[in-house]
Structure formats: structure tokens, C-alpha cells
Design a protein around this ligand. Sequence first.
Ligand code: NAD
Ligand code: TDX
Length: 339
Amino acid sequence: MKLLVTGGAGFIGGNFIHDTLERYPEDIVVCVDKLTYAGNMETLFPIYDNENFHFEKADIADAPAIKAIFEKHKPDVVINFAAESHVDRSIEDPGIFLTTNILGTQVLLDASREFGVKRYHQVSTDEVYGDLPLDRPDLLFTEETPIHTSSPYSASKAGADLLCQAYSRTYKMPLTISRCSNNYGPYHFPEKLIPLMLINAMQDKPLPVYGKGENVRDWLYVVDHCRAIDLIVRNGTPGEVYNIGGHNERTNIDVVKTILRQLGKSESLINYVTDRPGHDMRYGIDPAKINKELGWLPETKFEDGLHLTIEWYKNNESWWQNVLDGEYQNYYDKMYGDR
Ligand code: NAD
Ligand code: TDX
């Protein structure tokens, strides 16, 4: 099978490519990535010499470039991970989120239609459902929960998600969508909560917790997410949406304290800062459908996954040091300088 994977130089796409080439050595993977600030070729170095791996630098919103790549590689399957993915950046500058996340998805859908791709998979997010109240732990997002977004990021992901559903219905495209909760693990860009906190803690820098740290996220180890996508692409029903999550809800402050405990660092590093505007209170996924239909279950417990993640960041300091040395430093100073 030939898979065209967009956004493979990023966190989840990169993990997905590593996992796919390891588990399906006969498959061919073509990675398409624009290499934005979040894309890092170092993430792909371990498989760069694999003869079944190909890399194409391109913007998914650039229709002629994408068409040429489809013509050259003729993929059987397209999996779209490419996106502007950080909520805080979308609040600062929404435009690029609409271009990449919505128009880029449209370009990929059109190319997939034109070239008769057998399966298009859209990596959506649980953020399309908005948020849940803290005082109703019985409520969870199901695939029937109405789309209701909070940030420019989640609105752009919802736009892409709805466009996929429209293409599925109107053009009968063989297409699936997954909506996953928060991921963590190796190669996670350090602007996101877990890598940011653990890298700061390792360097004895303050840990900027938004508001009171009471917001709840439903954490899933990235490889468990990749395995779920793999199952959906190979065995899922076209036209269907699948939620992915591991019933692992935690407040941010609990996550931060767990990181400090595992690193043996003091809680005095915690620094409560101004809250994120429009901050979603709680995400909680009901994964019953993917469990029942495809037999998927998460395999990694949070404490184990966090331990693996911390060990990876300890052993791969050059990966994150190179990231911190780049454009990211300007972003960090702007976001946290006098917050
Ligand atoms: P990421 O920011 O780490 O990586 C995104 C990748 O996409 C980067 O390699 C970047 O260079 C590339 N990219 C960005 N714009 C592009 C463009 N116009 N053309 C081609 N490539 C482009 O993101 P991630 O955390 O790995 O997220 C991957 C996908 O999963 C996204 O669609 C995101 O919305 C979704 N998702 C993420 C999470 C999470 O917790 N991280 C949870 C649910 C869903
Ligand atoms: O410095 C911080 N301090 C803080 O308290 C940062 C960066 C975050 N937070 C809080 C905000 C959130 O409540 O931590 C929580 C997690 O924040 P992020 O890591 O930015 O993730 P989130 O906003 O929940 O979105 C993530 O999950 C859904 C991904 O970034 C999205 O791409 C995905 O769709």
C-alpha cells in the first residue's frame, strides 16, 4: 500500500510514519510537509534512508504542487495530519489557520477525488466539540455531540471536518474522520503543555500555568493515537467519524505536578499566569464506537507514557535544543515575557 501522509515532520504525523514503516515494512510512505516552524526534518532522520520512505516539501494549500505530487506518487491512501495546531498562535494570528487547515484540506480532497484515492483520512480533533463543564463528569463527547467551537484553531479544524463530511456525502468519497483528545509523547513541539513544562522543569525555569490550572484535558499517548488511525484507515467504515480517547482526564495542575514529581523538582517552579482567552474548560472523549467496531483500546497508562516521554526528552536534548534555538525563542518571549 502507498500512503501519502501530510504533516509527517510534525509530532503525530512523525510518530505515525515511524510506526507504520516499522509495522508494515512492505508499505511505501510519501511524506508531504511544508516544514513550518513546527515541522522538523530531525524527526524523520531515523527513517530517512529507508527506501520505502519519500519526502516532498510542499504546502497542502498549493493546488498545483499537490497535484504534481499525486501525479508522481499515485497514492492509494491519503492521511491528512498537516495543520497549524496551536490554539495560542491561532488567537494571535488566525489567518494562516484558515488557509492551511481549511483550504489545504480542500486541495487534498480535490486531488484525492481526481486521482481516485481509495481512502482519505482526516485527522480532526476533539476541540471541534467545544468544551464540557467541570461539574458534570458524567458528560462526554460522542460522535453525535454538536460541533461548537471556541478558538480560531478549533473553528478552522471544524471547517475542515465539515468539508470532509460534505465531500463524503456529495461526491461519495471513501473518507473517514477521527477526532482525538490531547496527545503527548516523543517529538512533541515544546510550545504545548507537557513538553513545555518538562523542558522548563529540567532547566529549573518557571512553569507558566494558565489561570488556576483547573482546566481538564483527556491525555493519550501518541502511539495509541497512531494505532487507532491505522485501524480506521485499514478497517474503518467509509463515511464514519471515530472518536479517539483513553478516559484519562486530568487537570492541568495535576499534570504539571506529576511531571515535577517524576523529575524530582520542586513545586515552587509553578507560576500561575494570565489565562488563555476563551479557554476551553474540559475535554472528555467517549471512545465506545472505535472500541466496539474496531476493537481499539489504548495500551499505555498515563504514568508509564509520561515516564517514556520524560526519558525521551532527557535522551534527545539536541532535538529540542535545536528547536529552542530557532524562531521559537521569539514566540516564547512574546507569549510569556510579561504575562
Ligand atoms: P504539529 O504542529 O506538531 O505538526 C504539524 C505539521 O504540519 C508540521 O510538520 C508542519 O510543518 C506541517 N504543516 C503545517 N502547515 C502545513 C502546510 N500548509 N502544508 C504542509 N504541511 C504543513 O501538529 P500535531 O500535534 O502533530 O498535530 C497533527 C494533527 O493532529 C493536526 O491536524 C492536529 O489538528 C491534530 N490533532 C492534534 C492533537 C494533539 O494533541 N497534538 C490532538 C488531536 C488532533
Ligand atoms: O503554557 C501553557 N500553560 C497552560 O496552562 C500552555 C501552552 C498550555 N496550558 C494549558 C492550556 C490547556 O488547558 O494546558 C492545556 C493544554 O494546552 P495545549 O498543550 O496548548 O493543548 P490544547 O489547547 O488542549 O490543544 C491540544 O489538544 C487538541 C493540541 O494543541 C491541539 O492541536 C489538539 O487539537
